[in-house]
Write a protein that binds this ligand. Sequence first.
Ligand code: PHE
Length: 338
Amino acid sequence: MTATDLLASALGDLEALERDGLAALRDSRDAESVEAARIEYLGQKQGRLKAAQERLKALDPAGKRVYGQRFNATKGALEAAWTEAKARAERPAAAGAAADALDVTLPGRKTRLGHRHPLTQTADELIDLFGRFGFEAARGPEVEDVFHNFEALNIPPSHPARDTLENFYLSDALMLRSQTSPIQIRVMEARRPPVRVIAIGRVYRPDTVDATHSFMFHQIEGLMVDVGVTMADLKTVLRLFAESYLGTDVKIRFRPSFFPFTEPSVEVDMLWHGGERWVEMGGAGMVDPNVLRAVGYDPEEVTGFAFGLGIERLCMRRHAIDDIRLLYQNDTRFLSQF
Ligand code: PHE
């Protein structure tokens, strides 16, 4: 290789080194990559600039002069680029978009965990509570047939509760259940006594919405059938339940009432928050012998009680919520309180 060729090749390599080195330093966004680029190009031991300096030895005096000048210029450019890159990496706020994304001086953001809806919490607590009284959980369909929702519960076609304006009918034979009582029938059809179950679920009625009414709400149904079950057992279970769930300071009362599927029947009220008015918690009674007979139980042998309570109102009383609509609006300012 002639001296000219040798010089030309060394100068070409030097130019490529400068281009690559400047690009690497310009693209380094953090201290770590700036330092890696410094070691690769400006490193005292294995650096590429160091290697380029070694090539000076092979050149003739004229070549040395030309190459030496270019070498010094390249070294100066790379050092200046390194100083700039280092300063930029140390001042993240003044740097590019990648640095803007992280301000390590800000307090950390906490991950927000979701939790169960207050109504679900209430339902789970009720299942747990009645579980301790020996009641096991049962289920039934929300789209119910008219037979189970009414007929089997001793509610004849002429009964006002069956009115088309009082229910959500889907056809002549199907409806959105208006109560959880049809689950009593489904359980008794499937099992022999003794029976001790509760069932929780949605019920639908075209009621006008206000602070204590909704067209859809939840009920807890209870049913106990065994030898010698009496009204005293019903009242004891409901009082124990109210004391456990609402607390001993919440008064409840029983009023004589009428349901076609229980005899005698009562309505259960609780003293609302503020202590000025009674609000209905649900209905209850001794299972009518006609209902027992219709599912093949012998009313001479076994007796039973049943109750159906509104879950929204229980939850509202427990937490002093004054409007049922809050439970359906999914406003996280409300929900996060539970
Ligand atoms: N199903 C009745 C209602 O929704 C409540 C009830 C249940 C009454 C069980 C008596 C026995 O109003």
